[in-house]
Design a protein around this ligand. Structure first.
Ligand SMILES: [Zn+2]
Length: 116
């Protein structure tokens, strides 16, 4: 048990070490919706060591949506902009969420990016 706990703690510290770089990249805003509510790094690849390239700074709501929570598609339109982000992990996260959004605009947005 203790070893697992240590591992968890080490991981949190590793993620926290990227906090400043992440905040700078994100402009201290959620990298998906640009809100500034309870921003925290989110690991998109929990199987790998934390890297700036696999971390994304998200608000509390976007963390839940990224983790799989369903939300009203009408409130997720910001993903249309985020999916074109120059930051790969932001674009990939936005696209991954869009594939789960049941709305015509989301399908159109994904079509558009496939054609680009
Ligand atoms: Zn957000």
């Amino acid at each position: 048990m203790a070893r697992g706990l240590d591992k968890h703690k080490a991981r949190l510290e590793a993620v926290a070490a990227f906090g400043k770089d992440l905040a700078r990249r994100a402009g201290r805003k959620c990298e998906l919706c640009e809100e500034a509510d309870d921003l925290r790094p989110y690991e998109t690849d929990a199987d790998e060591e934390p890297e700036l390239e696999t971390l994304i700074l998200l608000c509390s709501r976007c963390r839940q949506v990224t983790a799989g929570r369903k939300d009203d598609p009408r409130t997720l339109r910001f993903l249309e902009g985020a999916m074109w982000s120059e930051v790969d992990v932001v674009a990939a996260t936005a696209r991954a969420i869009l594939t789960r959004v049941d709305a015509n605009w989301a399908r159109d947005a994904l079509d558009l990016i496939e054609q680009s």
